[in-house]
Design a protein around this ligand. Structure first.
Ligand SMILES: [Zn+2]
Length: 442
C-alpha cells in the first residue's frame, strides 16, 4: 500500500448513547458478520473472562436454565464463535466438554500510540498473541505520519509472520489524550498537535477496510489490559492509575470501562490537591499531576539537590548531563538518600489522598498502579496504601487490594486488542437487536 491518504473529516452528528457509535452503519455493511443474541453474548463474555468453560460452569455463572445454555452453546458452535475442546474434566463420573473462543475466527490488532512510541500486537480471537513489535515515534509528528507508520508496520508484521491481511477483523487503538469515544476522535489533546478531531478510524479503515476500528484513551485501554490479562483478571470493579509524565485513571465498573457522559471520566490528574499552588498547563493551580507525576518528582528533588542537601541526587544529575529524571530519584532512594525517599513518600501520599476520595466514592475491589513512575518501587506503593487506608472508610478498604501492574507496558497492547474484541461483540449484539434477529430470551 502506498503513502497514507488524508481523508476529509465527515460532519457527523454525535449519538446520545456511547453503546451505538456513529460508525455503526459503516461497520454493519462489512461481510461475514456474526450476529449474536444478548444471551449468547453473556456466555461469550464469560468465556472471554475466565477462559475455558464447561456447560455446568455456564449454568452456575448465569441464571439461565440448562436448556437455554444448551441452545446458546449450539448456536455459538454453529456460528463458529466458540469451539469444543478435548474432554478435560470429570463431572458426575463422566468427562465434561469444555468450550473456548474460536481463535481461528480472525485476527485482532492492538495499537498503543504513546507520546514517544508505537507498540503493536496481533492476536487471534482467543486472545493469544501471534506477533509483537515496538519502535520509538513522536506523537508530535502528527496523525498522518504516525497513523501511516502504524498501519504500514501492521502490514509488515502480518507479512513477516505469514498472517493474512484480510483476516484482520478488528483494530483497537489507544492514544495519549482525551477521546470522544462516540466519535472516535481526540478532543484538544495537550501533547498531540494536529490530532484534534482528526478522523483516526476512517484513516485506518482506508488501510484495513475489512476491520472494525475503535479508538480510546490510553489509560482506559490499559485498564482493559489489566482486567483481561493482568493482575486484575476477572475483577469487576477496578481503578487503574497510570503515573507517568501525567496522571490518569481508567475506571472498570461491573466489568466494563466507565467513560462518563463525554468519555473523559478518570481524568484524576487535574483534581486539586491541598496546599499546592503550582500552576498546571490546564490553567488551574495545584493539580495532582503538578505535584506527583514524573516531572514533578524530578523537579522537587532537583531543587533539594541544588541546595546541597542530597549529594546522591546531585551525582545522578551531573552524570546525566545536568538532567534529573524520576527514575534517578528512585535509584537515589534505593541508595538510601533521605531527600529522594521523602519526595517519593510525599508523591505517594498526594496520589493516595486523591485515591482515598475515589475509594469512598466508588468502592472498587482493586486499584492497579502502572505507568513509568510505578518503577519507583515499594516505597511509592506503601505511601499510596497508607494514605488510602488513613482516609477511606473501613468498609471500603476491608478487602481492597492496591497493587502494581504486573504486565507493565504490555497493558496498552493487550488492552487495545480487548477493546476491539469488546467492540466487535457488542456491535454484533446491537446489530442482532436492531435487525430483529434476536432470539427470544425466555
Ligand atoms: Zn491541571
Amino acid at each position: 500500500m502506498g503513502t497514507i491518504r488524508e481523508v476529509l473529516q465527515k460532519k457527523s452528528k454525535p449519538m446520545n448513547s456511547l453503546d451505538k457509535p456513529i460508525w455503526l452503519n459503516q461497520a454493519e455493511s462489512l461481510p461475514d458478520r456474526n450476529f449474536i443474541t444478548c444471551s449468547e453474548k453473556k456466555l461469550v463474555d464469560l468465556v472471554r473472562k475466565h477462559g475455558e468453560f464447561t456447560k455446568a460452569d455456564l449454568v452456575s455463572y448465569t441464571d439461565y436454565s440448562r436448556t437455554k445454555i444448551t441452545n446458546c452453546i449450539d448456536s455459538l458452535l454453529n456460528k463458529k464463535i466458540i469451539v469444543t475442546n478435548k474432554d478435560t474434566e470429570y463431572s458426575g463420573g463422566r468427562r465434561s466438554k469444555t468450550f473456548s473462543l474460536n481463535g481461528k475466527l480472525g485476527l485482532v490488532a492492538g495499537v498503543d500510540i504513546g507520546a514517544t512510541s508505537i507498540d503493536l500486537g496481533i492476536a487471534d480471537f482467543s486472545g493469544m498473541f501471534l506477533a509483537r513489535y515496538m519502535e520509538p515515534a513522536s506523537v508530535k509528528d502528527g496523525p498522518i505520519k504516525i497513523l501511516g507508520r502504524a498501519c504500514s508496520l501492521l502490514e509488515r508484521i502480518l507479512r513477516d509472520n505469514n498472517l493474512s491481511y484480510e483476516k484482520v477483523k478488528g483494530i483497537g487503538i489507544g492514544v495519549p489524550g482525551p477521546v470522544d469515544f462516540s466519535m472516535g476522535t481526540l478532543i484538544s489533546p495537550p501533547i498531540m498537535p494536529g490530532w484534534d478531531s482528526y478522523p483516526i478510524i476512517q484513516t485506518v479503515q482506508q488501510w484495513f477496510p475489512s476491520a472494525n476500528v475503535v479508538v480510546d484513551n490510553d489509560v482506559n485501554v490499559m485498564a482493559l489490559g489489566e482486567i483481561n490479562q493482568g493482575v486484575g483478571k476477572g475483577v469487576d470493579n477496578l481503578i487503574f492509575v497510570k503515573i507517568g509524565t501525567g496522571i490518569g485513571a481508567g475506571i472498570i465498573c461491573e466489568g466494563r470501562i466507565y467513560r462518563g457522559a463525554k468519555g473523559c471520566a478518570g481524568d484524576i490528574g487535574h483534581i486539586g490537591v491541598n496546599n499546592s499552588d503550582t500552576l498546571c498547563p490546564c490553567g488551574n493551580k495545584g493539580c495532582l499531576e503538578t505535584v506527583a507525576a514524573g516531572p514533578a518528582i524530578a523537579e522537587r528533588s532537583l531543587k533539594q539537590a541544588q541546595t546541597g542537601k542530597s549529594p546522591i541526587l546531585l551525582k545522578h544529575y551531573e552524570k546525566n548531563g545536568k538532567i534529573l529524571h524520576a527514575e534517578d530519584v528512585g535509584n537515589a532512594a534505593r541508595e538510601g538518600d533521605p531527600i529522594a525517599i521523602e519526595v517519593i513518600r510525599e508523591s505517594g501520599q498526594f496520589v493516595g489522598d486523591v485515591l482515598a476520595s475515589l475509594v469512598n466514592f466508588y468502592n472498587p475491589e482493586m486499584i492497579v498502579i502502572g505507568g513509568g513512575v510505578s518503577n519507583l518501587g515499594n516505597l511509592l506503593l506503601s505511601s499510596i496504601r497508607q494514605a488510602v487506608l488513613l482516609r477511606s472508610l473501613p468498609l471500603a478498604t476491608r478487602d481492597l487490594q492496591i497493587v502494581f501492574s504486573e504486565i507493565g507496558f504490555d497493558a496498552g497492547v493487550i488492552g487495545a486488542v480487548n477493546l476491539a474484541m469488546d467492540y466487535m461483540f457488542s456491535l454484533s449484539t446491537v446489530s442482532a437487536n436492531t435487525n430483529g434477529k434476536m432470539r427470544s430470551d425466555s
